[in-house]
Ligand binder design. Structure first.
Ligand SMILES: NC(=O)c1ccc[n+]([C@@H]2O[C@H](COP(=O)([O-])OP(=O)(O)OC[C@H]3O[C@@H](n4cnc5c(N)ncnc54)[C@H](O)[C@@H]3O)[C@@H](O)[C@H]2O)c1
Ligand SMILES: O=C(O)C(=O)C[C@@H](O)[C@H](O)[C@H](O)COP(=O)(O)O
Ligand SMILES: [Zn+2]
Length: 354
């Protein structure tokens, strides 16, 4: 691989920005926060070294870094943690030209975006995702937020970043299980929009990783450029998430997001097939590609009542009507409106285990 190659992916819409994919991209950071006198660098403990290097890059450009360490993973994605960050910004006297930088996986970039979205009603955030999932999904598109007892990501804001730096060299230290979890969202992109992704994953995901990152970012960038606020098209990015988020809630946010989404994708495929929308072979391919990666494709049968109840707070629901993203074929996402409870349950029987 050519280590000096940097790919730029444009994200359009009311506040356009760029996603850079390459290696050692820290030098691109200062220009993205050029108006800032200071920048908070939010990170979780496993990313401390990366965060120090980001802080050095800011300092070198005359921007004072304010490092803020967050609890790791979903434990950091809470309103209490966000409130601690706002206290720190207040103490440091952050003004509207100052900025926030999120360095970490999707949990950190989600909370960093939310902290920036709310501080003074919105300051710039630059996302420096360090997990595969963060690069291909969480850091791009401006969905920010935290979890609450009521459900996953129920409190948040749309706040597009000023830029996203996907430094592939950071993936070298990412635990294997987290890399594989990120592949669940990559596979999602393959099913909803870019089937070449599925061929590459089925061939050898490690060998094709840079291309997979670029392809998945392009899928996401294309969708959010057209529909930042999820008034229609953007719902397709939620494929597999109605059940997936319910599993995360039931697991008290102790499961990896990508693992829950893997089960959710198999469920959504079963639902699409049983609703008469999706062909048998494409539905089967969901299970085979995800299982082949070592991702979970089943969940306890006895959990159905809890999951069914949790799905009621899904953001795609309208009143008492549940709405699901399903496929009408490969790369043909559609909405399934208010499916009857017996259909929902029958689809769950295909993922439920004793
Ligand atoms: N905003 C969005 O559009 C969007 C999209 C998808 C997912 N998400 C959210 O993203 C989160 C999941 O993101 P995730 O899978 O990155 O999980 P994560 O942020 O919990 O990171 C997983 C683990 O990997 C560690 N890690 C990350 N990068 C590392 C590196 N380079 N080296 C060593 N360790 C590293 C983290 O510290 C953590 O322990 C969920 O909260 C999900 O809801 C948001
Ligand atoms: O960007 C989107 O839109 C997505 O739905 C991407 C999902 O992968 C992501 O998990 C997102 O955070 C889910 O959004 P939510 O609005 O259902 O919380
Ligand atoms: Zn997701």
């Amino acid at each position: 691989m050519d280590n000096s190659r940097i790919t730029t992916i444009e994200v359009g819409g009311e506040r356009p920005y760029q996603v850079l994919v390459g290696r050692d991209l820290r030098s691109a950071l200062p220009s993205l926060v050029a108006r800032a006198a200071q920048a908070a660098v939010l990170y979780a403990p496993p990313l401390k070294e990366h965060a120090v290097r980001v802080a050095d890059a800011l300092r070198g450009a005359g921007i004072a870094p304010l490092p803020i360490e967050l609890p790791d993973a979903e434990a950091g994605k809470t309103i209490e943690v966000a409130a601690r960050c706002w206290d720190a910004l207040g103490e440091a006297g952050f003004t509207r030209t100052d900025a926030v930088v999120g360095v970490g996986g999707g949990a950190v970039t989600d909370v960093a975006g939310f902290v920036a979205a709310c501080w003074l009603r919105g300051v710039a955030v630059v996302q420096v995702p360090t997990s595969l999932l963060g690069m291909v999904d969480a850091a791009v598109g401006g969905k920010t937020g935290v979890n609450t007892g009521a459900g996953k990501n129920l409190v948040g804001a749309f706040h597009p970043p000023a830029g996203v730096l996907c430094d592939l060299s950071t993936l070298d230290s990412l635990p294997r299980a987290d890399l594989v979890a990120g592949l669940a969202e990559v596979v999602k992109c393959g099913f909803i929009a870019d089937p070449a992704i599925l061929d590459l994953v089925e061939d050898d995901p490690d060998r094709h990783l840079p291309e997979l990152v670029e392809r998945a970012v392009r899928v996401k960038a294309d969708v959010v450029s057209k529909d930042l606020r999820e008034s229609g098209l953007r719902e397709i990015l939620n494929y597999g998430h109605t059940l997936g988020h319910a599993i995360e809630k039931r697991e008290r946010y102790g499961w990896r997001h990508g693992h829950a989404i893997s089960v959710g994708l198999v469920y959504a495929a079963a639902l699409g097939r049983l609703a008469g929308r999706l062909d048998e072979a494409t539905a089967r391919r969901h299970r085979s590609v995800l299982d082949g990666l070592g991702l979970p494709v089943t969940y306890p049968a006895a959990a159905w009542p809890d999951l069914h109840a949790a799905m009621r707070v899904d953001k795609k629901a309208r009143g008492a009507r549940l709405r699901f993203v399903v496929l009408g074929g490969l790369a043909r996402p559609e909405i399934l409106e208010a499916p009857p409870d017996d259909l929902l349950r029958a689809a769950y029987e295909e993922v439920g285990t004793a």
